[in-house]
Design a protein around this ligand. Structure first.
Ligand SMILES: [Ca+2]
Ligand SMILES: [Ca+2]
Ligand SMILES: [Ca+2]
Length: 453
């Protein structure tokens, strides 16, 4: 016990740590289960999460579900909860159809959308009007590899618009990387050029005034691109974009022999704060020997200019560890949350723990760097495709964040829901910052099942 830190295991799969000056809790539960029981020998990764804005107890998570690690065949895993993530009901969309790269989002009325990539690089969109309990038929949405979607939830003219961007290099549509639905996902418009320069491993976000923002890596991974469309919200207009290069402090990095060999290590997260400020965050390879850091940039002038890159992880600069799968979301009160997998130096990068940091000053400084899980072996249970997906996904609210992530606590790859309860500490108590890592390692548990919570 240091600095007034008190930690206790409240129940299996639930770690609670608290100090006098600061409280930090994280609970997590496995999602890809058979009636709450782990499925032995499967693999599940690359999760995306959607929260119903009209009832946050209702959420859905989609992921890539491999029935067996011996195969590269995968289906669209999907689960829903009606009790704030305590329990999940899991299945797959269209069993026996190859599907990948899930992205889930909601419209302002609480309809859920599930973008799903097929083997021919076309994307289908599924819609649920009941919180993910059932899904409608697949709607062709053009698309390409590593598609991302965003939905306009403002009260402006673009309310309900669904936007999709993808990697033009792996697409069924030549020289086009963007489409839009203006009818609630019933159909998608003929693809248009989209953000330029072309991007990969990127995301989309919609601002409070309905402007559509895009962030991604250049196709050659040498730098990053920010683009925006002010007219995508207007149904009668063809969306056009303006874009330029942005320095995110490093390059988009492929997996290595140590970490995620067949995948990527980072995806460009782009988010809009309630005050209209723009953020981008990614696990990038910075100059020099350090293989990967979580780097952040912000713009206070609608993306025209960007800050110098800010390092989010606080381990020694140059330490040969990876801060991979950096994932960011912004709460309505302006708090910025970030998580990543952090390899452990003493394990020679064979183990990772999930870490969390947050910013209360618009991204200028970051606090936390708190480990929220025990260390786990990220190389366990690779399917035939040697990776644990390419991304995680998180949604923030004023009291915390809902995270979908993958880990190997059972000995195989599985998808988990984590609730991160954020209780920002007063600035005066910054000296009392602590980490739960040492405690959670002592509390290692073999399984964290839905039935444990
Ligand atoms: Ca399993
Ligand atoms: Ca480097
Ligand atoms: Ca690093």
């Amino acid at each position: 016990m240091k600095n007034g830190l008190k930690c206790a295991t409240m129940a299996a799969g639930m770690f609670v740590c608290a100090s006098v000056a600061h409280a930090q809790t994280a609970t997590y539960v496995q999602v890809n289960t058979n009636l709450g029981q782990d499925i032995v020998g499967d693999a599940a990764n690359e999760p995306s999460i959607v929260v119903d804005p009209t009832n946050p107890n209702r959420m859905a998570i989609g992921w890539r579900q491999f029935a067996t690690t011996a195969s590269n065949f995968r289906q669209a895993g999907v689960a829903y909860t009606t009790n704030g993530g305590q329990t999940w009901t899991a299945g797959v969309l269209q069993p026996s159809v190859f599907r990948s790269d899930p992205v889930l989002r909601a419209d302002a009325n609480g309809n859920f959308y599930y973008a799903s990539l097929k083997g021919d690089f076309s994307v289908d969109m599924f819609k649920s009007t009941n919180g993910g309990a059932t899904w409608g038929p697949p709607v062709p949405a053009f698309g390409g590899d590593k598609e991302w979607i965003a939905i306009d939830t403002t009260n402006g003219p673009g309310r309900g618009n669904i936007y999709q961007n993808w990697n033009v290099q792996f697409s069924t549509v030549p020289n086009a990387s963007f489409t839009r639905s203006t009818n609630g996902g019933a159909s998608f418009e003929a693809p248009t050029t989209g953000p330029l320069p072309y991007t990969r491993s990127g995301q989309l976000a919609v601002g409070p005034n309905g402007t559509l923002y895009s962030g991604g890596s250049t196709l050659d991974s040498s730098t990053h691109v920010f683009a925006k469309s002010t007219n995508a919200q207007f149904v009668a207009q063809t969306p056009t974009f303006t874009g330029h290069l942005v320095d995110l402090g490093g390059t988009n990095a492929p997996g290595t022999s140590e970490v995620n060999p067949a995948g990527g290590l980072g995806q460009t997260n782009v988010q809009v704060a309630p005050n209209g400020n723009l953020y981008m965050l990614e696990s990038v390879d910075p100059p020099g020997p350090d293989p990967l850091d979580v780097m952040f940039v912000r713009s206070t002038d609608d993306g025209n200019t960007w800050s110098a890159p800010i390092r989010v992880n606080n381990n020694p600069v140059g330490e040969p560890t990876y801060q991979w799968f950096g994932t960011m979301s912004v709460a309505p009160n302006g708090r910025i949350d970030a998580v990543w997998n952090n390899t452990i130096l003493t394990s020679h990068n064979q183990l990772s723990e999930l870490k969390y940091a947050y910013s209360l000053d618009d991204g200028l400084t970051w606090q936390g760097n708190i480990a929220l899980t025990p260390a786990w072996n990220h190389s366990l249970g690779y399917p035939n495709q040697q990776k644990i997906g390419d991304y995680y996904d998180m949604v923030s609210d004023d009291t915390g964040a809902s995270l979908a992530f993958a880990a190997t606590f059972t000995g195989g790859q599985d998808v988990y829901y984590m609730r991160i309860a954020a209780v920002p500490e007063p600035a005066a108590a910054a000296g009392l910052m602590f980490t739960c890592a040492a405690v959670t390692r002592l509390r290692r548990r073999p399984l964290r099942r839905a039935s444990d919570l």
